[in-house]
Design a binder for this molecule. Structure first.
Ligand SMILES: Nc1nc(=O)c2c([nH]1)NC[C@@H]1CN(c3ccc(C(=O)N[C@@H](CCC(=O)O)C(=O)O)cc3)CN21
Ligand SMILES: CC(C)C(=O)C(=O)O
Ligand SMILES: [Mg+2]
Length: 312
């Protein structure tokens, strides 16, 4: 069982109930920890991760029983409508992460340190990582690239907060990488990614994300990586996969990345539902009697008299 109380009042209905088919005798899956991910890697059980940015998307991740939920800085694009991840800051990320926390019970909650929140100094990076833990209830934070980022990772880990590293296509520095395009497609490019991944691992990161690199590069790299590796566009050799919530549900605008598989077309479904609602309002079909409130006939009569008296 969880060693922490449920995150909130208003938990996902059924989220901490018994598992289906257990007759109610078996408690819900315990809350995942950094250690559980290492255990999944050790046993060869693929790790499942998805982004979430608010209470309803967190409830979906909870009820779908994924292992890890990332409050990604991709929020800048998926929920705030920017065309890069750069504009989002700690203020916005803290609001989103706290909402996600309220919808989650069992998955590990990781929050993306946004652009500008960790580069300046170890102290600044620790401050912001601590804000995610203290103010939003995050379990861990994620940061991009090796180099000085690996030093920041080491400092945050030393301060007691688990860090996930992210290499390959790192959207916060996409400008230097030629845009949103696959990385590590040359020997030198792949070597740079390997060096960054190893530096982050050496710094004490509990897990790594590999984004948009050739599957064969991932395959060569995996034997050197002893922490759980989560891929997004990195092929099948990783210990798990992550996708952006809006991408896999068909809710994101624009051309999806090559690695995106759409498991639903929710944008289309939502447009149809809202369109039907608007149409029913226009033709007077909504609201129906079942959506309206009644009043006692005597109370209504008295009310009409009171109105009439006012008008006199
Ligand atoms: N909704 C969403 N999903 C994501 O996965 C995501 C974001 N947003 N925002 C930040 C980055 C950007 N992402 C991307 C975007 C495109 C490719 C991609 O596959 N690009 C193609 C075409 C590049 C080109 O125009 O040359 C490629 O083959 O690399 C990869 C990652 C991943 N991240
Ligand atoms: C795609 C994942 C790894 C991410 O960093 C994000 O959503 O911001
Ligand atoms: Mg991110």
């Amino acid at each position: 069982m969880s060693t922490r109380p449920p995150a909130t009042a208003g938990p996902t209905p059924g989220a901490d109930g018994p598992s289906p088919g257990t007759g109610g005798a078996v408690p819900a899956r315990p809350r995942l920890t950094v250690g559980s991910l290492a255990q999944l890697k050790a046993t060869g059980m693929p790790i499942t991760m998805v982004t979430a940015y608010d209470f309803p998307s967190a409830r979906v991740a909870q009820d779908a029983d994924v292992d890890v939920v990332l409050v990604g800085d991709s929020a800048a694009m998926t929920v705030l409508g920017h065309d890069s991840t750069l504009p989002v800051g700690m203020t916005e990320m803290l609001v989103l992460a706290a909402a996600v926390r309220r919808g989650l019970r069992t998955p590990l909650l990781v929050a993306d340190l946004p652009f500008g929140s960790y580069e300046r100094s170890d102290e600044h990076a620790i401050d912001n990582a601590q804000r995610f833990v203290k103010e939003a209830g995050a379990d861990a934070v994620k940061l991009e690239r090796g180099g000085t980022s690996a030093d920041r990772a080491r400092a945050i880990v030393a301060a007691g907060i688990p860090v996930m590293g992210h290499v390959g296509l790192t959207p916060q520095t996409a400008g230097q990488l030629g845009g949103f395009r696959a990385q590590g497609r040359t020997a030198s490019g792949a070597t740079r990614i390997a060096e960054e991944a190893l530096a982050l691992q050496e710094s004490g990161c509990f897990a790594l994300v590999l984004e948009a690199i050739p599957a064969a590069v991932t395959e060569q790299l995996m034997p050197y990586l002893h922490v759980p590796v989560i891929g997004i566009g990195a092929g099948p050799a990783t210990d798990g996969q992550v996708l952006v919530f809006h991408d896999l549900l068909g809710m994101s605008a624009g051309k999806p990345a090559r690695f995106v598989k759409r498991y639903a077309d929710l944008h289309e479904q939502m447009v149809r539902a809202v369109g039907r609602y608007a149409e029913e309002v226009r033709i007077g079909k909504y609201p129906g009697p079942e959506h309206t409130y009644g009043i006692d006939a005597e109370e209504l009569r008295a009310f009409r008299e009171s109105l009439a008296a006012r008008a006199d």
